[in-house]
Design a protein around this ligand. Sequence first.
Ligand code: ADP
Length: 220
Amino acid sequence: RPGPEESGVAVIGLGRFGWHVSQSLTALGYDVLAVDENPRIVQRWSDQLSRVVQADATDEKALRQLGLTDFGRVVVAIGASVEASVLVVLALAELGVPEIWARATSEKHAKILDAVGADHVVFPEAATGERVAHLIVSKMLDFIEFDEDFAIAKVRAPQALQGRPIGEIAISDRYGVVVVGAKQPGQKFRYTSPDTVLVPGSVLIVEGTISQVQRFAEMT
Ligand code: ADP
């Protein structure tokens, strides 16, 4: 039977990244245990998060005392000190934490984290930098890319598609993308149907390869 902490998440390192992860998990309804070695940081967030404790997370004994062994998921959000981040992941792996998420700040850091036992490595600066680069040079309003080439994007409805039911336009044959949702001016996103009629100001969610989606966004 899972213990009470099984569904909780511990976050180690309350810098900018760790704080945002902790805050978002809290908003999602998860019980977060946040750990930082710096007493000033602990003090700063203690009334914003339900449980913030001061400890050096490279210390296996301290981790055990905090009950970290009972957590199903632990996030190592330390970025600036590669050494601390690696030692914490190693300690968590040795304690047998089932799911270790670790933040990398470089490709090499990512490789080391993987080698010492992180189950998931995230590299927020690289991921966000790449995303923002795409948004700067394309007309996509937002997008997510999966693996090498598949993407889902938010784009303005091209003028050529406005004014008649989209079922009459054969969008996927012509443009290679599939329109999955539309937001009409002043409304929320809804799934599209063949009867959906786009108007100026309609915004779409489309999926396809990144180049197809980008080309489609350029038509607006
Ligand atoms: P960001 O770039 O997200 O602001 P930083 O890497 O600057 O992140 O911050 C990492 C946080 O992790 C700091 O608040 C620091 O005090 C904390 N930290 C660093 N080493 C340890 C450790 N061994 N145990 C617990 N917390 C640590």
